[in-house]
Design a protein. Structure first.
Lengths: 106, 161
């Protein structure tokens, strides 16, 4: 049901700053909207995001209802070593998505 | 309120009132609050909560927001902080605040020297024409801020399904 889209360069030079772009599919229901009958629609959002580089957290974000549907985040990191980048989203109603990407550092 | 209400606002308010009428007293307060926009005061209070009421200096933080937004549901924004991002001197965290959204905090980031550069981008919802503020916490414990005004033609948040 939930898909994550991640853009990470496959290879990088050691010490190079690489850009990481992530997107997860989620409609980010704010909790401020109502149905036609005026019934409030309960909040259902992604609350947090974190990125790990070979198991060490390098970036994290706290998300609020003001984030658009399908939260997009772009950030950067220094390519230090070859390995795995892990991406984790957590949210309301037990929402949890994890994904990973490989990078080769030369 | 001197501004004339347009149809959408009127309908949103009417739907809200209809819902309020059928709710118990405790829920009623919340439902009414949900219809309100935030104020500059709310935003300043939220910034004070983030900084622990420490002084915030203007500068070093560049917040990029389109000056004119057609659709408040998806607005691409970016924050860049002037920092060498070394172990000794880096950005610890960034928070972005809104003046007029129902909740003053839009987003919080935690980063460190491994980021290489302090630049982040995302897409947000904006409820109204307003000024956004980004505040960055440096590794030396100081807080810096940058702001950007934007005009929103179609607001987010209050639309009915």
């Amino acid at each position: 049901m939930s898909n994550a889209l991640i853009t990470v360069p496959k290879t990088a030079k050691r010490g190079e700053i690489i850009e990481i772009r992530t997107l997860v599919s989620h409609n980010m229901e704010t909790g401020y909207r109502r149905t036609e009958r005026g019934v409030p629609i309960p909040r259902d959002i992604v609350r947090s995001f974190s990125c790990t580089y070979n198991g060490v957290e390098i970036f994290s974000a706290e998300l609020y209802p003001a984030i658009s549907a399908n939260p997009f985040l772009s950030f950067s990191t220094v390519a230090t070593e070859s390995g795995t980048l892990g991406f984790h989203w957590k949210g309301d109603n037990g929402f949890a998505v994890s994904s990973s990407a490989q990078i080769t550092v030369t | 309120m001197t501004r004339k209400r347009n149809r959408r606002e009127f309908l949103a308010a009417a739907a809200g009132l209809a819902a309020v009428a059928g709710l118990p007293a405790t829920a009623r307060g919340q439902a009414t609050a949900n219809l309100l926009r935030g104020t500059e005061k709310d935003m300043l209070a939220a910034i004070a909560r983030y900084t622990g009421a420490k002084a915030v200096t203007k500068g070093r933080v560049k917040l990029e927001v389109p000056p004119l937004v057609d659709n408040g549901n998806t607005v691409a924004i970016a924050v860049t902080v002037e920092s060498p991002m070394t172990e000794a001197d880096h950005v610890r965290s960034i928070q972005i605040f809104s003046e007029r959204n129902p909740e003053p905090v839009i987003l919080g980031f935690k980063l460190g020297p491994r980021a290489g550069r302090a630049h982040v981008a995302t897409r947000v919802r904006l409820a109204d024409t307003q000024t956004l503020v980004a505040v960055a916490e440096m590794s030396d414990g100081t807080y810096w801020s940058g702001s950007a005004p934007t005009v929103v033609t179609i607001a987010s948040c209050l639309e009915d399904l």
